[in-house]
Structure formats: C-alpha cells, structure tokens
Design a protein around this ligand. Structure first.
Ligand code: GLU
Length: 919
C-alpha cells in the first residue's frame, strides 16, 4: 500500500467513525430568545450551534437550536412566556435576550428552574452581583460572557489617562455608553482641563452636534456610540473637519479592528485609537462583538456539557444531562443545570474569537485582553490592557521612525504674516523667495522654514494672514490671528516674529525658540541743536551771573569803604620821610575793583590788603570765587556738548512717570498682552494709560510704530521687541533704543496642540542653532541686506564728542575781541587825554603834542620816555606862539567831547600838579 492509499484509508475510517458517532449523538435542545432586529445574533447562534458538532472527534451531543422572537420593547410578560415555552420544549440552556428590559425575567426564571442562562451583551455588573447576592448563591444560573462592565470602564479610563489630554469631549449614545465612560469622566485632572459631554441625538445627521464640539476648540474626543453608528459619526466628523490633523479620538467599541476606520482617517493626520478583544479573525461572517462573544459562549456551553458527560462516564455518576420538558407551573428543575454553569466557569479559558474569557463566581467575565490599536494608514497595536492595567508595547524608536516617515510624505501648510525682516515682499521683480498668492516673499522666516524643510525632508506651502499675531479675547473666549488658524486646524505651522507666551502655549504648542529678545523702547534721537556761541555762559544761570556781578560790585565797594576805615591800609607815601604829613591808601575804588576782578578771574593782583578786616573780606571773596569758578569749570564741558545729552526718558520707569510723551505698541501683539496681564503696578499703569490714550497709541504693525515715532517729534515712544528694534536701528539713524530690555522671551514656531511634528522640528532648530546657521541667517537679514547704515554716523559722532568746535567756543573769542576793542578805545582816550595834558604842561600846541607823542609811540626802539617829550623830540618847537597854536589844536581835537571851559580848569590843575612833581 502506498502512502497515498494509506492516507485515503485513514480518512475513510475517520469519516465512518464520525458518521457513526454522529449517529449516536444525543440531541440537546438549546434555547435562545432574540429580539426583532437581532438577526445577526440569530445567524451567529445558528452557525455556532451547527459548528459545535465538529468540535470533538466523537461528540456526545448534537445541539438543536430552539429560538424565540420577541419585541425589544415588549413587557416582561412576553419574555416570561417565551422562556416558559423554551422550558416546555426541554432546553438545556437559554441564550439572551439582549435587551435590558427583558433579560431580568429570563434570568430569574432560569435561576428558578436551574436552567443555565447565558448572556453575551454589555451588562452593568452591579445588577449581576445584586441578583446573585439576592439568591444567596454566588453561583446563580446566569453567566455573562461579555467583558465585565466595571473592568471595561477601567480600561477606557486607563487609556484616556495615558493620553494625558488637557480636557476632552465625550460623545455617548445611551445609558450603557455613559456607564462605560464613567470612570474616564471621573479621572483626576487639572481644574482648567474641561470635560464636555454630549449625547448623540437622533441620526442620521449628527453634524450640528459635531460642529458645536468643533467650536469648543477641543480636539480630544471619546466616542461611545452604538457600533453601527460609529462610522457614520466619524464620517460626519471628518466632513465638518472635526476629524482633522492633530485631533485625538478614542473609540470605546471593543471590536474596532472590524470597522473601516483607516479608510475614514485617510487624508487626515488624526490620531484614532480603537480597542479590540478580537484575537482571531478566521471565522467568517462574525462582524460584531456581541456576535463574536455569543459564538464563543455557545462553544463554552458545548464544552461544559461534553465535559460533564465524560465525567459522568468516568466517575460513573448519573447526572441527568439530557433535559426534560419543564413547566413553569410546576416546581421541577433541570438537574444538570448547576453543574453545567459551574463547569462553564471552570472551563472558561480561551474563547475561539475573543480570547481569554475567565468567568468568576458571579458569572462575570473578569479576565480578558484588550488590544489598543492605532489607526495610522495601517493599523498598529500600540498597547494592550489586561487585569493588571495598560501595557505599552511600541518602542520609542519605532514611533520615531514612523514619525519621520510620515513627515516626508506630508505637505505642511504654513501660516505667516508680513513684516520686515521676517517675511518681506520681493519688489524688484526677481524670482527669489517663495510664491504666496501670486507674489514673491523672502525673509528670515522663509529661509528658516526652507532650512528646516530641507533637514526633515517635508514639502510646504505658505499662506499670509493679514490680521493680528494672535490674542485671546476673554469676552468671545476665542483667539484670533495665526493662533486661530492653528486652532481651526487650517494650518500645520505658524511662523513669523511670533512670541512664545504662556497664554498662547495653553492653546497651541510651540517649538523651542529660534531667536531671543525682550521688549524695549524705541524713541527718536534728540534733534541736534545748533551749537551756541554763548554756551560758555550756560553753566551758570542768568540769575547766578547777575548775582555774581552784584556780589562783585558790592564786595569791591565794601573793600573800598572798609579800607578807608582800616588804619592798617593807610601808608606813608614816602618811606624815607619818617614823618609824613599825608598818608596814602592803596584801595581807592579802582584798585578795589581791580583786586576783586583779579581774584574772580583766578589771576590775583599786586595790590594786597594788610589790615585784618580787609584780609578777612578778601579771603572770603577768594573762597567765593574758588567755589564759583570750580563749579563753573565742572559744568562747562557738559554744557558745551549739551546737544548730545538731551534725552527726557532714560527707561520704562521714566516713561511711566510722565504723560507728555505718549507710548504704545502693536495692537493684539504679545507686547500689549505683556503690559495688560502684568501684575507689576508700573506696567499696569502703563497699559491703562495706553488704553485710554486718544487717538489710539496702538499700531497695526512695527512699521507703523516706527513711522509714528519718527513723525511725532519726540512725542511718541514705541514699545517694540528688541530684535525688530535692532533691525530698524541698522537702517534708520533717527531712532534709538531707550533703556534695557523689559522682559526676556523668544520667537518660536507654533503648531496645533499635540502635533507630533514638534519634536522633529525642535531637533532641526537645535541643530541649526548649534551649527551657527541661525546666527548667520540673522546677520544676513539684519546687517547684510541693507543694514549698517548708521554705524558710520555713530562712529563720526563718537569722535566728535571729544572735540569742541569753534561753534562751541566761538563766544569766548568774541568776548576777547570785544574786550580788546574796548581796551583800544580806552587806550585812544587815554592817549588823547595825555596829549591834552602834555600840550598844556609843555606849552605847545595840541597838534605838536600829538605829533611828538605819536612819533614816540611808533619809535619802538625808544625804551624810556623823557618827561618833556615834546622838547626832546622837536627841540625848538616849544614857543609861546607855538603854545597858543598847540592849545587851539588840542581844543579842536578834544573840543567835540569836552567843553573849553572845562579844558581850562584841567589846564590849571594839571599845571599845578606837574609843577609839584617836577619840583
Ligand atoms: N512678536 C509679537 C507677537 O508675537 C508681536 C510684536 C509685539 O507685540 O511687539 O505678538
């Protein structure tokens, strides 16, 4: 016999054996109660019943299905009748019904007649335990093969907890659903993580409710609806963009792997987490979890009965397994019923489809395994849940690889905002930069995205958002600007000079900062004043100058008067004459004035006091001049350069203190928000002042702010971020930075909450920073592209600050010139006066005297002057006749300002004194 023939013989023998054994199989009726609409359960039941005969090689029993149909909303009476009918038929067990309204009566009849009662749908275990306890018998006849409700609820709560969501929305359809998610709803969470619960209304259009959820801007959703509605809800959520990128969904249905979730997820980057207790997908035609559990339950019953039968034979026991028809009117019981249920509990280990199914003494399935599935384009298991809790099984590396792969397949939609030098329109017609709405744009942010995209290998498109950067309106409880776009999931990234703030961080995610900055004050430089010729007078005020002049005169007069009074100041005019008739005082008015002016000018004088009172007075005057002149000198340098130091505010405190200079910031930006939300009283006050100012001090953008500062002639200061200020100062020499930074923060790229791309983009930013590329990029856009205009200007200024020009000290020259002029005029007067005297004294004409004096004056070799100058120079010119002529000439010269009779008086007196001196 060849092997083929041998195989055929074995198969034939088995077939004969099987046929024979089937032939001796005892028929056992198994009852089931279904509701209208439970066709799927019914067909699964029939399928399972018919397949039980292939479970064993020589099965003892052949299950015969006996089914009853009742209305789901029927009263318990009809359910009781159906149960009694099944008893009368002589069933060994009853499956169902599934409705919570009818199952109770069936369970209690089954318990009374000790017929095993098997449930296969969700049932709140509180009821089960209560029933068992009521019977004082933990081994009630009811077994529920559906996973225990409390544990399923715990599993859902553990999964939600592991998501670390900041608030979520739960959608449920009925009470069962609500009890399933109950534990998740009571999870410990922060106060500001809200939970919103919505009941799925009557379908089929759920869009209004889903739209309402979308408007909450919460993108974490638990869906617990009837299995047949799940796909519909997801589909509609996708249509209204609730099922969008970066949103998280948890579907609590325990057989998610059988739903076409991946197809619906296609085209979005939503995270959908599903649960599954299905371990085996080989059995066809069983598409819903209840059916799968029913299928497993039928086999469990079959196994229990077969086991009981074999124990009967082995132990020679005589438990009556074959059921007899019972009547609800009599008090008979099914003898093998309790044995069957306890064997079902004992044997429950592995379900054919749903895996581990340990049933406890209360008939609850307390041991099962839930697989946690992540619906990426292809479904992956990320964790599993069992009695010990949640276990993650995907490693970080795997997730990372998946992430990097998905980035490369993605085209990022990036929202941005125009503003120099971050995003600037290309106006010279070249093809630099990127195309946005038919126009080309370039700038720091465009370059940065290009570098990041190159590093991570993603594609991108930009969109320009015209509005504000993004601020929160507490009245409407909504965000605007770029942040709104992210919240609406209209874009994947937002980049510009977008500051990372606490408030924004609570709505969206930010990458690491790519630039650091702080708020600073932008103000226009003081207008350079024309240097003043008389700025040397500035160190002392006009009052002080007047007081000094007055003090000078007063002290001089006091000196004069006191010197006359002081005996020590009266000297012998001729020291050789021991007994003079007259004494002389040095301090006449002229000398007094000379001494005081000499010391005021720090020059001193050759006439010095001797009397103690005068010395006292003089020293006090010297003290006064010492302090005054030192103060003057100390102030002088500052006043000569006064044009460079005229800044009315030195920092933010100065700005807050005054009301003359208005100040403002960008409307709806982080700077305005900083002052608005600050707890520091100065900043609060500043925000109140900004808010009340009319016309408004807020601007649309930085450019408008800078323009306003320049036009306002130092009446407006702009609170601007230091980076933009530096950029402007490179190009605009009329503005300056006042004080230091008011705070410290950074610009980051914003992403929708929970965006998986944050980590890779962070990595790219770090890499660019460490390689110095960010620094280069800043240099390119700040300095190389049109910057550096004010550096030369500043250098010139710093050189010139150490020098004083003629314009600064010209006044001193002017005073010198005027003084010289005045002294010349006085000299001429003195000269003429002397001529008059000489003419009279030497009895020559004034003309002769003038000529003689002039001749002598220009003869610079003559170092001594003869007393009789006319004679010595002209010899015989001095005659009486000549004298008369000279006198008349002198008269004609000085006559214009001296009367002749006055001259005569002078003549006489001079003659007298000259005579005395000559003698
Ligand atoms: N960078 C700021 C923001 O993100 C805008 C400029 C400002 O407020 O000074 O809101």
């Amino acid at each position: 016999m060849n092997p083929r023939q041998r195989l055929f013989l074995i198969a034939l023998t088995l077939l004969v054996l099987a046929t024979c054994s089937h032939g001796i199989m005892r028929p056992i009726k198994i009852g089931a109660i279904f509701h209208k609409g439970d066709e799927d359960h019914m067909s699964t039941f029939l399928k399972a019943i018919s397949e039980t005969k292939y479970e064993h090689l020589a099965p003892a029993f052949e299950f015969i299905p006996v089914t009853k149909y009742i209305d789901a909303n029927t009263d318990s009476f009809k359910a009781a009748t159906a149960t009694c009918e099944l008893l009368e038929e002589g069933v060994a067990a009853i499956f169902g019904p599934a409705s919570p309204h009818t199952r109770g009566i069936v369970a209690s009849i089954a318990a009374r007649y000790e017929i095993p009662h098997i449930e296969y749908v969700w049932r709140e275990n509180e009821g089960l335990r209560a029933e068992a306890e009521e019977d004082k018998n933990p081994s009630s006849m009811t077994i529920n093969t559906f996973p225990d409700s409390e544990m399923v609820s715990q599993a859902i709560a553990d999964i939600v907890d592991s998501m670390q969501w900041q608030g979520f929305v739960a959608i449920y359809e009925n009470d069962d659903g609500l009890s399933r998610i109950q534990k998740a709803l009571t999870l410990k969470r922060k106060k500001d993580n809200p939970i919103t619960i919505r009941q799925l209304g009557n379908g089929p259009d759920y869009r209004p409710m889903l739209k309402e959820i979308r408007s909450l801007s919460i993108c974490n959703v638990i869906i617990d609806v009837e299995p047949k509605n799940i796909i519909n809800v997801l589909q509609q959520a996708k249509e209204i963009k609730l099922l969008a990128d970066y949103c998280n969904f948890v579907i609590t249905y325990l057989d998610a792997s059988k739903l076409p979730i991946s197809e619906i997820r296609n085209g979005t980057a939503a995270n959908i987490t599903g649960l599954s207790i299905r371990e085996n997908d080989d059995i066809e035609g069983i598409d819903w979890i209840d059916s799968a559990i029913l299928y497993d339950a039928v086999f469990l019953l079959h196994k229990a009965m077969e086991t009981l039968n074999s124990r009967n034979i082995d132990n020679e026991e005589s438990i009556m397994i074959d059921p007899v028809p019972l009547s609800c009117d009599e008090n008979q019981k099914y003898q093998a019923g309790p044995n069957i249920t306890s064997l079902m509990r004992e044997l429950s280990k592995m379900g054919k489809i749903t895996g581990i199914m340990n049933i406890d003494e209360y008939g609850r399935r307390r041991d099962f395994n839930i697989r946690i599935l992540d619906f990426r384009p292809n479904v992956v298991q990320t964790a599993f849940w069992d009695v010990n809790g949640l276990h993650l099984i995907r490693n970080e590396k795997e997730l990372e690889n998946y992430l990097y792969k998905s980035i490369q397949e993605k085209t990022f939609k990036i929202s941005t905002r125009e503003g120099e030098p971050y995003v600037i329109e290309v106006t010279d017609g070249s093809t630099r930069g990127v195309l946005i709405d038919q126009k080309r744009y370039e700038g720091y942010c465009i370059d940065l995205i290009e570098l990041i995209a190159k590093h991570l290998g993603f594609k991108y498109t930009f969109e320009l958002i015209p509005g504000p950067y993004g601020s929160y309106d507490p009245k409407t409880k909504s965000w605007n600007g770029l942040i709104r776009r992210l919240l609406d999931r209209e874009s994947d990234l937002a980049i510009c000079d977008l500051t990372i703030t606490f408030a924004r961080e609570s709505a969206v995610d930010f990458t690491m900062p790519f630039m650091n900055l702080g708020i600073s004050i932008l103000f226009s430089k003081p207008e350079e004043k024309e240097p003043n010729l008389f700025s040397f007078l500035s160190p002392l005020s006009a009052d002080v100058w007047i007081y000094m002049a007055t003090a000078y005169l007063a002290v001089s007069i006091m000196l004069f008067v006191q010197a006359r009074m002081a005996p020590g100041e009266w000297d012998n005019p001729h020291p050789c004459n021991a007994d003079p008739e007259e004494l002389e005082n040095n301090f006449d008015l002229k000398n007094s004035l000379w001494l005081t002016i000499g010391s005021l000018m720090q020059q001193g004088s050759d006439i010095l006091p001797k009397a103690p009172s005068i010395r006292m007075l003089a020293s006090m005057w010297w003290f006064f001049t010492l302090i005054m002149i030192s103060s003057y000198t100390a102030n002088l340098a500052a006043f000569l350069t006064v044009d460079k130091m005229d800044t009315p505010i030195k920092g933010v405190e100065d700005l807050a203190k005054q009301t003359k200079i208005k100040y403002g910031s960008i409307d709806g930006g982080s700077t305005a928000a900083f002052f608005r939300d600050s707890n520091y009283s100065t900043y609060k006050r500043m925000y109140a002042a900004m808010n009340e100012a009319r016309p408004s001090v807020f601007t649309k953008d930085n450019k408008e702010g800078v323009d306003r500062v320049m036009k306002s002639k130092r009446q407006y200061a702009f609170l601007i971020e230091s980076t933009t200020l530096e950029y402007q100062m490179e190009r605009n020499c009329e503005i300056e930075k006042i004080g230091g930074l008011i705070d410290n923060k950074g610009y980051g790229i914003a992403l929708p909450r929970n965006s998986p791309y944050r980590t890779p983009i962070n990595g790219a930013i770090l890499m660019l920073g460490e390689k110095g590329i960010l620094q280069q990029l800043k240099k390119k856009w700040w300095q190389e592209k049109g910057g550096g205009l004010c550096i030369k200007d500043d250098a010139d200024k710093s050189v010139s600050t150490s020098e004083l020009g003629l314009a600064n000290v010209g006044g001193v020259f002017l005073v010198l010139m005027c003084g010289c002029g005045a002294s010349l005029i006085i000299a001429i007067f003195e000269f003429l006066w002397n001529i008059r005297k000489v003419a009279v004294r030497e009895k020559i004409t004034p003309r002769e005297a003038l000529m003689a004096e002039l001749k002598f004056a220009v003869n610079i070799w003559a170092v001594t002057k003869p007393v009789k100058i006319a004679k010595s120079s002209s010899g015989a010119s001095s005659t009486e006749g000549g004298l008369g002529r000279a006198a008349s000439t002198a008269r004609s010269i000085v006559g214009s300002f001296l009367r002749l009779d006055m001259l005569d008086k002078f003549d006489n007196s001079n003659n007298r004194s000259n005579d005395r001196k000559i003698n």
